[in-house]
Design a protein around this ligand. Structure first.
Ligand SMILES: NC(=O)C1=CN([C@@H]2O[C@H](COP(=O)(O)OP(=O)(O)OC[C@H]3O[C@@H](n4cnc5c(N)ncnc54)[C@H](O)[C@@H]3O)[C@@H](O)[C@H]2O)C=CC1
Ligand SMILES: N[C@@H](CC=O)C(=O)O
Length: 351
């Protein structure tokens, strides 16, 4: 049976959840998908790095506690030798899930670049490389005959990007608007129930929804990156983060929320982008008090929703999990499945 060897770069909530899926559901997935998944390398800031071409014992990794590192393990080191591991691992797919850096996309961009340059396909949930260097990395992947997949960079495991590129084929999407951040939506909901912003953020962190620095969720820079990705992927734009005006939810007070509720409205952090007749893209992130009749008003908790304005079908709205460790790990699995399908199609075409 075909096999994909995986290198996990970053071993926090999302990549650990992917490793658990592979560990617990690997046999079932192999039967269903026709390929085996095996982890052959892991790097993480806290754990160090591990390269084992014959497959990492994931049970032993899950059993690590406290200050344990990979030092002393066969093929292990106490420091995360990311570049060395990415370039020298026997993996054919590198899964990048280190933190999203909204300023310059590093170290994610360098990790993805190193993987593609060394002939490995990449699956990532890291928004930095996609939003800040997506076009360059797409070109690099094509030049090396490998894939760069990033379904989880927008709306977690809910397959927004492939929904547009595969299911909405033939339609022209002119605008996109959505609730694109699970943490801020969860926080606004908890504030509706009387919780403070700080307490609600702490809950979102514990639940695995928030960024390493939750300022990105609250001040809107996370949604800003997602708007860039949607504008470029879905509307065919080539905008940058600077083109997206951005205001987060820190200015929305409990009093604002109570006043909105009295009018039947709910505050939501809305990201949007639209293309005018000349092809110019206008994009923004801002909190809006939506009337209860608005399709996005009822979207609660870490759920996200995106509305696509299309020429032939009118508005199509998709809702689903927008954050969460397991939900986002599923996005990575869907990327791996897409990489496998593309490789098989190429192999068949070359026969
Ligand atoms: N958690 C979620 O719901 C979602 C997360 N994402 C993105 O997925 C990525 C991972 O998210 P989580 O696992 O939740 O974050 P996390 O903070 O739990 O894990 C990130 C891991 O990367 C490691 N790391 C950071 N810098 C590193 C470096 N230079 N070298 C090696 N390891 C490094 C950290 O030690 C940590 O274990 C982030 O980019 C996040 O924005 C995307 C969609 C949803
Ligand atoms: N912190 C983000 C995670 C997904 O991108 C969010 O809350 O949406």
């Amino acid at each position: 049976m075909n096999r994909h060897d995986i290198a996990l770069i970053g071993f926090g909530g999302v990549n650990r959840a992917l490793a658990e899926i592979i560990h617990h559901r690997g046999d079932e997935l192999a039967e269903e998908l026709g390929f085996v998944l095996r982890v052959v390398a892991i790097t993480d800031l806290r754990l160090g790095s591990l390269m084992q071409a014959d497959g990492v014992d994931l049970g032993a990794v899950f059993a690590m506690t406290g200050a344990d590192t990979f030092a002393g393990w066969r093929g292990g080191a106490a420091v995360p030798q990311n570049d060395y591991v990415i370039r020298n691992t026997t993996a054919d797919i590198v899964v990048e899930a280190t933190f999203t850096n909204p300023l310059d996309g590093e170290p994610g961009i360098s990790h993805v670049r190193a993987a593609l340059e060394s002939g490995k396909s990449v699956a990532t949930t890291n928004k930095g490389p996609v939003a800040l260097a997506g076009a360059e990395l797409d070109r690099l992947a094509a030049a090396h005959g490998v894939r760069f997949e990033y379904e989880g960079s927008v709306v977690s495991g809910t397959p927004i990007l492939r929904f547009v590129s595969e299911t909405l084929k033939g339609l022209r999407v002119n605008a996109v608007q959505g609730i694109l951040n699970g943490t801020s939506n969860y926080v606004l909901g908890q504030m509706e129930s009387g919780m403070t912003l700080d307490a609600a953020v702490a809950e979102a962190q514990a639940l695995g929804y928030a960024e390493a620095d939750p300022t990105a969720d609250i001040e809107g820079s996370d949604v800003r990156l997602k708007v860039v990705i949607l504008a470029n992927e879905v509307l065919g734009g080539s905008i940058t983060a600077e083109d997206v005006s951005c205001r987060g939810i820190s200015g929305v007070s409990s009093a604002d929320i109570i006043a909105a509720a009295a009018n039947g409205s709910r505050w939501k952090l809305v990201g949007s982008a639209s293309r005018d007749a000349d092809g110019r893209i206008t994009a923004s992130v801002q909190p809006v008090a939506l009337p209860s009749t608005h399709p996005l008003a009822a979207v609660s908790g870490p759920t996200n929703a995106v509305s696509f304005d299309t020429d032939l079908l009118g508005t199509v709205t998709v809702a689903g999990p927008g954050a969460g460790r397991v939900e986002t790990a599923y996005a990575l699995l869907s990327d791996i499945i897409a990489i496998d399908a593309r490789q098989r199609a190429t192999a068949e075409a070359n026969q």
